[in-house]
Design a protein around this ligand. Structure first.
Ligand code: NAD
Ligand code: UGA
Length: 313
């Protein structure tokens, strides 16, 4: 079986590539190594994959590619994107439009021409916005609260309409705030664990009582692999942990796991940040047996060990 993983050098994409290789897949990883965060970290993410004989790296930008790497029958995992909720305002928005909307539309067109087996799209909990009803169900009306969320919802809608108009076999999976080794440097756990390690200060946006359904990257990868079997084409699924944790509780767990104190500075809440996310995972559980297993503490410990190896202890 041959998989094409876009965003292969990123946080989630690199874990997915490794897992697919361990299952005996041939993997074509596509990534243009955007400098949103250090491309050195991305090269490091891919180290194990690059030494695997069944891994092929394509260093192309999806917004410009001629897609010669696509083959009939490929399974596409489309994870490439410009991520980050809080940076998506102002001039930066054009990067979100290019990498989240335009790149997705071009990849969908090329997939249609080629005749692929399945297109799995990495969508986001950010499409929900500040919903009044919890846990969040896929049927809820999506009302994104950030420009980033708007672009992820636009891409999700493109995926749906290529299915509805052209029967392109496609599924969208909404990931909820993912954590674990290789987490992006702009994300809360990465910054907080780095602050603990270096004695720096972690800036809390708001009062720390915002709630997130923090989901371990291994559970997300397992969800993607299970979706290959049982997900219904044309559908949207939540991939979360189904567990609600405040940022303050997560910071407390980091202090317990590391045995060190964290220094905090509180500033006002960031524009575009939602107050709460919590996934209803019934649909993914029912259709393809999705079952998140990792505890918050296990994931924090793994991410802590990785942060120490990245920044030196
Ligand atoms: P990441 O930034 O670590 O990985 C994305 C990768 O895509 C990067 O390596 C980047 O260089 C690449 N890329 C961007 N634009 C590209 C283009 N035009 N052509 C080729 N490569 C391109 O991000 P991540 O956290 O691993 O997120 C992966 C996916 O999951 C994204 O689609 C993101 O929106 C989605 N997601 C992430 C989270 C999370 O908590 N990390 C939550 C919900 C959804
Ligand atoms: C994360 C990812 O960054 C998005 O790419 C993704 O689409 C989104 O999850 C999702 O679930 O769809 P976010 O929930 O903002 O977005 O994840 P974190 O960056 O880990 O932030 C979690 C909370 O910590 C937020 O309330 C944020 O305001 C807060 N935070 C973050 C801080 O207080 N300080 C920081 O330095 C960083």
């Amino acid at each position: 079986m041959r998989a094409v993983v876009t965003g292969a050098a990123g946080f989630i994409g690199s874990h997915l590539c490794q897992r697919l290789l361990s299952l005996g897949w041939e993997v074509v990883g596509v990534d243009c190594f955007r400098d949103y965060y250090s491309p050195d970290i991305k090269r490091r993410n891919l180290k194990e994959c690059l030494s695997h004989p069944s891994f092929f790296l394509v260093g192309e930008d999806l917004a410009l590619s001629n897609f010669s790497f696509l083959q009939r029958g490929d399974y596409i995992f489309h994870l490439a994107a410009q991520p980050g909720v809080r940076k998506s305002w102002g001039r930066e928005f054009s990067f979100y439009v290019q990498d989240n909307i335009l790149a997705t539309q071009r990849l969908l067109e090329a997939s249609l021409q080629k005749g692929i087996s399945l297109f799995l799209f990495a969508s986001s909990s950010s499409v929900y916005g500040n919903s009044p009803d919890f846990p969040l169900r896929e049927e809820a009306r999506p009302l994104p609260f950030s420009p980033y969320g708007v672009t992820k919802l636009a891409a999700e809608n493109l995926v749906r309409l290529y299915y509805e108009n052209f029967s392109l076999p496609a599924v969208s999976l909404r990931f909820f705030t993912v954590f674990g080794p290789r987490q992006r440097p702009d994300m809360a756990f990465h910054r907080a664990l780095k602050a603990i390690l270096t004695g720096g200060e972690f800036t809390v946006y708001g009062d720390g009582n915002q709630v997130r359904d923090f989901t371990h990257v291994e559970d997300i990868v397992e969800g993607l692999i299970r979706a290959l079997e049982g997900a219904r084409v044309g559908e949207v699924y939540n991939l979360g942990s189904g567990r609600e944790v405040t940022l303050s509780q997560a910071l407390g767990a980091m202090e317990r796991v590391t045995g060190r104190k964290i220094r905090l500075k509180f500033v006002e809440a960031a524009k575009g940040d939602v107050r709460k996310t919590l996934a209803d995972i019934t649909k993914a559980r029912k259709d393809f047996g999705y079952e998140p297993r990792k505890t918050l503490e296990e994931g924090i410990e793994q991410e802590w060990n990785w942060i120490r190896s990245l920044y030196g202890d």
